[in-house]
Design a protein around this ligand. Structure first.
Ligand code: UT7
Length: 349
């Protein structure tokens, strides 16, 4: 069976830079707090009424397709990972199919938040290894800034997240030894609400009384969205940051070790680890606990914040563009986030 390589990678971030200082004008926060707790110096926000998750994903995809040395007509499957889709349905995959004028190929949306790109890589790898597809377009893209609580109430979430997109084209490896060695996916739904955006939603409060909507007068009234939700402004993401942090620093290294063990490799063999850009302190803690040397963990959260499904490919793209990933390198991708879901992908570049 042929291995899968990343044949082309591209990224797109909106022009608008939002500094920590700008956020201090909206809520009770400070540049010192944000930098000390997260490492973030600035992030990008999409141009309202022009840029969306799908349009930014399409821009990143154009670059990835060109760098892969193919055209849009060669794409035979699309995977789109996001938690901020343009429409509740249909997904962004079909919007990209339309924007890029792709053939009537399959388009799959992945709803795995921070680990969405890793899940997408794993799905693509299975299709390519079996020979079903030859050019898979995988996109991770987010426009968080359209639905964050910019009051002090939402500051633990809103200062972290940023907008952006990145994409890869996956193909069968032309050479022995190169390509994805293994992918490892995990989930634990016990803490599904710890990092979530339950509303608007179809849940009716069955998983958590806190989010039970009041019974509408009309027995067929919408349980998805109602005036009460709007009045209470109960439609923002929720996160217990400390609980997520504690799990992330354990589960990401576990997933990396699982990949290394499966392939008979050791931590020292890794040339570059590209972790999900959730918090610089998480990346630093992982580097320290795993004993990864200087320069072996790539971070760009300082410039873009946490871009969820886009974060791993956005970091990987910059690492590749700046010469930190070269042919033959052992590269490991890892992510952890809402769900919880987490995983890793180990590859010989
Ligand atoms: O990508 C998905 C996965 N997400 C993650 O992995 C995120 C993981 N968690 C984190 O990155 C961190 O927990 C945060 C950056 C979200 C928060 O940092 P923390 O060091 O865990 O802070 P905390 O939540 O324990 O809050 C400490 C204090 C609180 O005040 P009191 O109760 O001590 O008075 C918060 O109200 O900091 C306050 N705080 C803020 N202060 C200024 C929370 N957010 C802010 C803020 N500015 N933006």
């Amino acid at each position: 069976m042929s291995k899968t390589i990343i044949a082309g990678i591209g990224s797109y971030v909106p022009e608008r830079v939002v500094t920590n200082e700008e956020l201090t004008r909206l809520m009770d926060t400070s540049d010192e707090w944000i930098q000390a707790r997260t490492g973030i110096e600035e992030r990008r926000y999409a141009k309202r009424f022009e840029e969306t998750t799908a349009t930014m994903g399409a821009e990143a995809a154009k670059i990835a397709i060109e760098r892969a040395g193919i055209t849009a007509a060669d794409i035979d499957f699309v995977i789109f990972a996001t938690l901020s889709p343009d429409y509740y349905f249909p997904g962004c995959g079909v919007l990209v199919q339309r924007i890029l004028g792709l053939k009537e190929v399959g388009a799959l949306d992945v709803r795995n938040q921070c680990s969405g790109f890793i899940y997408g890589i794993s799905i693509a790898d299975q299709f390519i290894k079996t020979g079903m597809y030859k050019n898979i377009l995988l996109i991770g893209s987010e426009t968080h800034s359209y639905a964050l609580d910019f009051s002090t109430r939402g500051r633990n979430v809103s200062v972290i997240f940023g907008d952006g997109a990145a994409a890869v084209v996956l193909q069968p490896s032309p050479e022995d030894g190169r390509g994805i060695l293994s992918t490892h996916l995990h989930s634990d739904g016990h803490n599904a609400e710890i990092l979530s955006m339950p509303n608007p939603g179809f849940h009716c409060g069955v998983h958590n009384e806190q989010w039970k909507p009041s019974v509408p007068e009309n027995p067929y009234g919408s349980l998805f969205i109602n005036q009460e939700l709007l009045d209470k402004e109960d439609f923002y993401p929720y996160m217990d940051g400390q609980a997520v942090f504690k799990k992330a620093v354990v589960k990401m290294p576990e997933a990396v070790m699982e990949a290394l063990n499966q392939n008979g490799l050791a931590v020292d063999d890794i040339d570059l680890l590209v972790p999900h850009q959730a918090n610089l302190r998480i990346s630093q803690m992982i580097q320290q606990t795993m004993g990864l040397g200087e320069g072996k963990v790539f971070n760009n959260i300082q410039k873009y914040g946490n871009t969820t499904a886009a974060s791993v490919p956005l970091a990987l793209c910059e690492a590749w563009e700046t010469g930190k990933v070269n042919k033959g390198d052992l590269v490991c991708l890892a992510a952890f986030g809402s769900g919880f879901t987490w995983g890793s992908a180990l590859m010989r570049w």
